[in-house]
Design a protein. Structure first.
Length: 188
């Protein structure tokens, strides 16, 4: 099987840790790849409507290769840090560029796992309640659920089958390592 992980992290840190953990849990007999969106060139969707009929994007950038990899993948893992209760700009840009798949239905039925991390662990030690900086203003547990929901809606639109989700809070992805391994088991 081919397993493709896509990271929308701007730092390559906690989100990528979660994605790597899922990939590591999957046997090496499978082909596994992590695509980090910040390292490649993906422009914004222009809403030119070109893809509505021929299912191809007119923009000639790295999304062409990623689209081929998405089509070839048997299972996909999407990972995004939680930004303002949503996915990161990089992940949202990627979703928008997946519009050809909404029309082609070429991702229909593919298994997908979702991971997200929220909160700032750097501030936990200053808060006797054990919460992170974001939790003092809001709730990072709520934030991450909203982010995962946004990813779920994207998957629903392109017809992918969400088999599991992992949320990390207080900026602590390691606390979810066991759940990430279990997610890997659902993808193969
Ligand atoms: C622009 C921005 C917005 C953020 N919004 C939220 C938020 O709504 N809720 C939250 O709990 N954490 C928020 N955070 C914290 C990130 O979710 C957190 O730093 C995450 O671990 C980053 O993942 P990374 O290590 O992959 O970059 C935000 C961070 C940034 C930079």
């Amino acid at each position: 099987m081919k397993i493709l992980a896509v990271s929308g992290s701007s730092t390559g840190q906690k989100t990528d840790h979660m994605l790597r953990k899922v990939l590591e849990s999957i046997s090496d007999e499978h082909q596994k790849e992590l695509v980090v969106l910040k390292d490649i060139d993906i422009n914004s969707c222009q809403n030119c409507k070109g893809c509505h009929k021929n299912h191809l994007c007119v923009i000639d950038d790295d999304m062409r290769e990623i689209s081929r990899k998405l089509e070839e993948a048997d299972a996909i893992i999407l990972g995004s840090p939680t930004y303002f209760d949503n996915v990161s700009g990089g992940m949202k840009n990627f979703f928008d560029r997946c519009l050809p798949f909404y029309f082609s239905r070429k991702l229909e039925g593919k298994k997908v796992g979702l991971v997200s991390v929220a909160g700032f662990e750097e501030y936990i030690e200053y808060d006797k309640g054990g919460n992170c900086e974001w939790c003092k203003k809001d709730e990072c547990a709520d934030s991450v659920e909203h982010c995962l929901q946004a990813m779920e809606y994207f998957c629903k639109h392109v017809g992918m089958d969400v088999v599991g989700q992992v949320a990390a809070i207080h900026g602590n992805p390691e606390a979810q390592d066991n759940a990430l391994v279990r997610l890997g088991g659902k993808l193969t």
